[in-house]
Write a protein that binds this ligand. Sequence first.
Ligand code: ZN
Length: 279
Amino acid sequence: MRWLVAPMIYGLLLLMAPPSKAAGDVILSGPLMPGGLITGKTQPGSLITLNGKAVRVAAGGTFLLGFGRDAKPAQTLEIRAPNGFSYTRDLQLQPRSYQITRIDGLAERKVTPKPEDSKRIQQDNAGIGRVRRLDSHMEDFLSGFQWPASGRISGVFGSQRVLNGKPRSPHNGVDIAAPAGAPVHAAAAGSVALVHPDMFYSGKTVMIDHGHGLSSVYIHMRKIVVKPGQRVNKGDKIGEVGMTGRATGPHLHWGISLFTTHLDPMLVVAGKTGIEVAE
Ligand SMILES: [Zn+2]
Protein backbone atom coordinates (compact mmCIF):
# COMPACT_ATOMS: atom_id res chain seq x y z
CA MET A 1 0.00 0.00 0.00
CA ARG A 2 1.46 3.28 -1.07
CA TRP A 3 -0.01 6.59 0.04
CA LEU A 4 0.41 9.45 -2.31
CA VAL A 5 -0.95 12.95 -2.09
CA ALA A 6 -0.99 15.05 -5.22
CA PRO A 7 -1.71 18.44 -3.78
CA MET A 8 -2.27 20.09 -7.14
CA ILE A 9 -1.57 23.67 -6.22
CA TYR A 10 -0.33 23.82 -2.69
CA GLY A 11 2.83 21.88 -3.01
CA LEU A 12 2.20 19.46 -0.20
CA LEU A 13 3.29 16.19 0.92
CA LEU A 14 4.03 12.72 0.10
CA LEU A 15 2.26 10.51 2.55
CA MET A 16 3.64 7.38 3.87
CA ALA A 17 4.83 4.06 2.98
CA PRO A 18 3.34 0.66 2.67
CA PRO A 19 1.95 -1.37 5.49
CA SER A 20 0.99 -3.86 2.81
CA LYS A 21 0.93 -4.05 -0.92
CA ALA A 22 -2.16 -6.20 -0.82
CA ALA A 23 -4.62 -3.33 -0.86
CA GLY A 24 -3.10 -1.47 -3.79
CA ASP A 25 -2.46 2.25 -4.17
CA VAL A 26 -4.43 5.09 -2.66
CA ILE A 27 -4.08 8.42 -4.40
CA LEU A 28 -5.40 11.68 -2.93
CA SER A 29 -5.51 14.68 -5.27
CA GLY A 30 -6.34 18.20 -4.10
CA PRO A 31 -5.39 20.77 -1.45
CA LEU A 32 -5.31 19.49 2.11
CA MET A 33 -6.72 22.63 3.68
CA PRO A 34 -10.04 24.06 4.89
CA GLY A 35 -12.35 24.57 1.89
CA GLY A 36 -10.47 21.97 -0.13
CA LEU A 37 -11.91 19.11 -2.16
CA ILE A 38 -9.89 15.92 -2.45
CA THR A 39 -10.50 13.36 -5.16
CA GLY A 40 -9.30 9.97 -4.04
CA LYS A 41 -8.76 6.74 -5.84
CA THR A 42 -8.52 3.42 -4.12
CA GLN A 43 -9.03 -0.20 -4.85
CA PRO A 44 -12.63 -0.87 -5.99
CA GLY A 45 -14.70 -2.44 -3.27
CA SER A 46 -12.92 -0.62 -0.45
CA LEU A 47 -14.88 0.93 2.43
CA ILE A 48 -13.80 4.41 3.46
CA THR A 49 -14.61 6.61 6.42
CA LEU A 50 -13.50 10.15 7.19
CA ASN A 51 -13.61 10.88 10.93
CA GLY A 52 -15.80 7.82 11.34
CA LYS A 53 -18.31 8.88 8.68
CA ALA A 54 -18.83 6.65 5.64
CA VAL A 55 -17.74 8.02 2.27
CA ARG A 56 -19.25 6.81 -1.01
CA VAL A 57 -16.78 4.85 -3.12
CA ALA A 58 -17.61 4.50 -6.82
CA ALA A 59 -17.41 1.18 -8.64
CA GLY A 60 -14.06 2.25 -10.07
CA GLY A 61 -12.67 3.21 -6.65
CA THR A 62 -13.10 6.99 -6.87
CA PHE A 63 -14.20 8.92 -3.78
CA LEU A 64 -14.46 12.51 -2.57
CA LEU A 65 -13.37 14.16 0.68
CA GLY A 66 -14.25 17.74 1.54
CA PHE A 67 -13.05 20.02 4.32
CA GLY A 68 -15.23 22.89 5.54
CA ARG A 69 -14.21 26.43 6.45
CA ASP A 70 -13.57 25.53 10.08
CA ALA A 71 -12.47 21.93 9.62
CA LYS A 72 -10.26 20.67 12.42
CA PRO A 73 -6.61 20.36 11.41
CA ALA A 74 -6.41 16.62 12.12
CA GLN A 75 -8.61 14.39 9.98
CA THR A 76 -8.75 10.62 10.24
CA LEU A 77 -9.14 8.58 7.09
CA GLU A 78 -9.82 4.89 7.41
CA ILE A 79 -9.80 2.44 4.53
CA ARG A 80 -10.90 -1.13 4.62
CA ALA A 81 -9.73 -3.01 1.56
CA PRO A 82 -11.81 -5.75 -0.05
CA ASN A 83 -9.52 -8.37 1.50
CA GLY A 84 -10.57 -7.09 4.94
CA PHE A 85 -7.28 -5.37 5.67
CA SER A 86 -7.91 -1.97 7.20
CA TYR A 87 -5.70 0.90 8.15
CA THR A 88 -6.02 4.52 9.21
CA ARG A 89 -4.16 7.59 8.18
CA ASP A 90 -4.13 10.99 9.88
CA LEU A 91 -4.37 13.85 7.43
CA GLN A 92 -3.04 17.21 8.57
CA LEU A 93 -4.75 20.24 7.03
CA GLN A 94 -2.79 23.38 6.31
CA PRO A 95 -3.99 26.25 8.51
CA ARG A 96 -5.96 29.01 6.87
CA SER A 97 -7.18 32.43 7.95
CA TYR A 98 -10.03 34.55 6.66
CA GLN A 99 -10.56 38.21 6.06
CA ILE A 100 -13.38 40.39 7.31
CA THR A 101 -15.59 41.91 4.62
CA ARG A 102 -17.90 44.87 5.21
CA ILE A 103 -20.72 45.46 2.79
CA ASP A 104 -23.00 48.46 3.16
CA GLY A 105 -25.93 49.68 1.14
CA LEU A 106 -27.88 46.42 1.19
CA ALA A 107 -31.65 46.65 1.54
CA GLU A 108 -32.16 46.54 5.32
CA ARG A 109 -34.87 43.91 5.00
CA LYS A 110 -32.35 41.56 3.33
CA VAL A 111 -30.01 41.93 6.32
CA THR A 112 -32.65 41.76 9.06
CA PRO A 113 -35.69 40.07 7.53
CA LYS A 114 -39.17 40.97 8.70
CA PRO A 115 -41.10 38.26 10.60
CA GLU A 116 -43.31 37.71 7.56
CA ASP A 117 -40.22 36.83 5.47
CA SER A 118 -39.28 33.87 7.64
CA LYS A 119 -41.65 31.36 6.02
CA ARG A 120 -40.23 32.12 2.59
CA ILE A 121 -36.66 31.86 3.90
CA GLN A 122 -37.48 28.49 5.50
CA GLN A 123 -38.94 27.19 2.23
CA ASP A 124 -35.88 28.40 0.31
CA ASN A 125 -33.55 26.70 2.80
CA ALA A 126 -35.57 23.48 2.66
CA GLY A 127 -35.21 23.38 -1.13
CA ILE A 128 -31.47 24.01 -0.94
CA GLY A 129 -31.16 21.44 1.86
CA ARG A 130 -32.89 18.77 -0.23
CA VAL A 131 -30.29 19.16 -2.98
CA ARG A 132 -27.42 19.08 -0.49
CA ARG A 133 -28.65 15.76 0.86
CA LEU A 134 -28.63 14.08 -2.57
CA ASP A 135 -26.21 11.18 -2.69
CA SER A 136 -26.28 10.06 -6.32
CA HIS A 137 -24.10 7.54 -8.11
CA MET A 138 -23.19 10.03 -10.83
CA GLU A 139 -19.52 10.80 -11.25
CA ASP A 140 -19.93 14.01 -13.20
CA PHE A 141 -17.39 15.70 -10.95
CA LEU A 142 -14.78 13.76 -12.92
CA SER A 143 -15.32 16.31 -15.72
CA GLY A 144 -13.35 18.74 -13.55
CA PHE A 145 -14.48 22.29 -12.77
CA GLN A 146 -14.15 25.55 -14.67
CA TRP A 147 -15.09 29.12 -13.78
CA PRO A 148 -18.81 29.63 -14.46
CA ALA A 149 -18.40 33.31 -15.40
CA SER A 150 -15.55 35.66 -16.13
CA GLY A 151 -14.99 38.83 -14.18
CA ARG A 152 -13.31 40.35 -11.17
CA ILE A 153 -13.41 38.35 -7.93
CA SER A 154 -15.42 40.61 -5.64
CA GLY A 155 -15.90 38.23 -2.73
CA VAL A 156 -13.90 35.25 -1.49
CA PHE A 157 -14.78 32.09 0.42
CA GLY A 158 -14.82 32.13 4.19
CA SER A 159 -14.68 35.86 4.83
CA GLN A 160 -16.45 37.02 7.95
CA ARG A 161 -19.30 39.26 6.85
CA VAL A 162 -20.46 42.53 8.33
CA LEU A 163 -23.55 43.59 6.41
CA ASN A 164 -24.89 47.12 6.94
CA GLY A 165 -22.79 47.11 10.13
CA LYS A 166 -24.19 43.82 11.47
CA PRO A 167 -22.17 40.60 11.83
CA ARG A 168 -23.54 37.82 9.64
CA SER A 169 -22.58 34.29 8.54
CA PRO A 170 -19.27 33.78 6.74
CA HIS A 171 -19.31 33.99 2.96
CA ASN A 172 -19.75 30.46 1.67
CA GLY A 173 -18.83 30.89 -1.99
CA VAL A 174 -17.04 33.19 -4.38
CA ASP A 175 -18.47 36.33 -6.00
CA ILE A 176 -17.65 37.16 -9.60
CA ALA A 177 -18.53 40.71 -10.64
CA ALA A 178 -19.75 40.83 -14.23
CA PRO A 179 -22.16 42.92 -16.26
CA ALA A 180 -25.85 42.06 -16.05
CA GLY A 181 -26.64 39.66 -18.85
CA ALA A 182 -23.17 38.08 -19.01
CA PRO A 183 -23.48 34.30 -19.50
CA VAL A 184 -23.32 31.87 -16.58
CA HIS A 185 -22.04 28.40 -17.43
CA ALA A 186 -22.24 25.08 -15.63
CA ALA A 187 -18.93 24.71 -13.76
CA ALA A 188 -18.96 20.95 -14.32
CA ALA A 189 -21.19 18.32 -15.86
CA GLY A 190 -24.21 17.26 -13.86
CA SER A 191 -27.93 17.21 -13.43
CA VAL A 192 -29.94 20.38 -12.70
CA ALA A 193 -31.33 19.66 -9.24
CA LEU A 194 -33.02 22.97 -8.42
CA VAL A 195 -34.34 25.96 -10.33
CA HIS A 196 -35.97 28.76 -8.33
CA PRO A 197 -37.31 32.00 -9.80
CA ASP A 198 -36.93 34.18 -6.70
CA MET A 199 -35.40 33.11 -3.41
CA PHE A 200 -35.36 35.69 -0.61
CA TYR A 201 -31.58 35.97 -0.35
CA SER A 202 -30.46 34.23 -3.54
CA GLY A 203 -32.91 35.52 -6.15
CA LYS A 204 -32.90 33.41 -9.29
CA THR A 205 -31.11 30.25 -8.24
CA VAL A 206 -29.80 27.12 -9.96
CA MET A 207 -28.22 24.10 -8.28
CA ILE A 208 -26.44 21.30 -10.11
CA ASP A 209 -25.80 17.82 -8.71
CA HIS A 210 -22.41 16.46 -9.76
CA GLY A 211 -22.72 13.15 -7.88
CA HIS A 212 -21.46 11.71 -4.58
CA GLY A 213 -23.02 14.64 -2.69
CA LEU A 214 -21.10 17.29 -4.60
CA SER A 215 -23.29 20.17 -5.78
CA SER A 216 -22.80 23.68 -7.11
CA VAL A 217 -25.06 26.72 -6.74
CA TYR A 218 -25.40 29.83 -8.92
CA ILE A 219 -27.37 32.74 -7.53
CA HIS A 220 -28.54 36.34 -8.11
CA MET A 221 -29.08 35.61 -11.82
CA ARG A 222 -31.43 37.72 -13.91
CA LYS A 223 -32.36 34.86 -16.23
CA ILE A 224 -32.27 31.04 -16.05
CA VAL A 225 -32.20 28.91 -19.20
CA VAL A 226 -32.24 25.38 -17.75
CA LYS A 227 -34.98 23.21 -16.28
CA PRO A 228 -35.02 20.87 -13.27
CA GLY A 229 -33.76 17.40 -14.18
CA GLN A 230 -31.90 18.64 -17.25
CA ARG A 231 -28.45 17.17 -17.93
CA VAL A 232 -25.72 19.73 -18.50
CA ASN A 233 -22.18 19.44 -19.72
CA LYS A 234 -19.32 21.47 -18.31
CA GLY A 235 -19.52 24.93 -19.91
CA ASP A 236 -23.19 24.80 -20.95
CA LYS A 237 -24.99 28.10 -20.48
CA ILE A 238 -27.41 27.92 -17.57
CA GLY A 239 -28.36 31.59 -17.17
CA GLU A 240 -27.26 35.21 -17.06
CA VAL A 241 -25.62 37.35 -14.41
CA GLY A 242 -27.98 39.61 -12.49
CA MET A 243 -28.57 41.10 -9.05
CA THR A 244 -31.74 39.38 -7.86
CA GLY A 245 -32.04 38.65 -4.13
CA ARG A 246 -29.51 40.23 -1.72
CA ALA A 247 -27.03 42.05 -3.94
CA THR A 248 -25.73 45.57 -4.34
CA GLY A 249 -24.72 45.10 -7.97
CA PRO A 250 -24.66 42.52 -10.74
CA HIS A 251 -22.49 39.53 -9.86
CA LEU A 252 -22.55 35.76 -9.78
CA HIS A 253 -22.28 34.10 -6.41
CA TRP A 254 -20.95 30.62 -7.03
CA GLY A 255 -20.83 27.96 -4.35
CA ILE A 256 -19.76 24.32 -4.15
CA SER A 257 -20.77 21.94 -1.38
CA LEU A 258 -20.03 18.36 -0.49
CA PHE A 259 -23.35 17.55 1.16
CA THR A 260 -23.82 20.37 3.67
CA THR A 261 -20.13 21.28 3.84
CA HIS A 262 -19.35 24.41 1.88
CA LEU A 263 -16.10 24.23 -0.07
CA ASP A 264 -13.97 26.95 -1.61
CA PRO A 265 -14.73 27.09 -5.37
CA MET A 266 -11.39 28.75 -6.04
CA LEU A 267 -9.58 25.73 -4.63
CA VAL A 268 -11.81 23.31 -6.52
CA VAL A 269 -11.31 25.02 -9.86
CA ALA A 270 -7.59 25.46 -9.31
CA GLY A 271 -7.27 21.79 -8.45
CA LYS A 272 -8.01 20.72 -11.99
CA THR A 273 -4.69 21.91 -13.30
CA GLY A 274 -2.68 20.03 -10.76
CA ILE A 275 -0.14 17.31 -11.09
CA GLU A 276 -1.54 13.83 -11.21
CA VAL A 277 0.46 11.33 -9.24
CA ALA A 278 0.16 7.71 -10.19
CA GLU A 279 2.45 4.78 -10.29
ZN1 ZN B 1 -21.61 35.88 -2.52
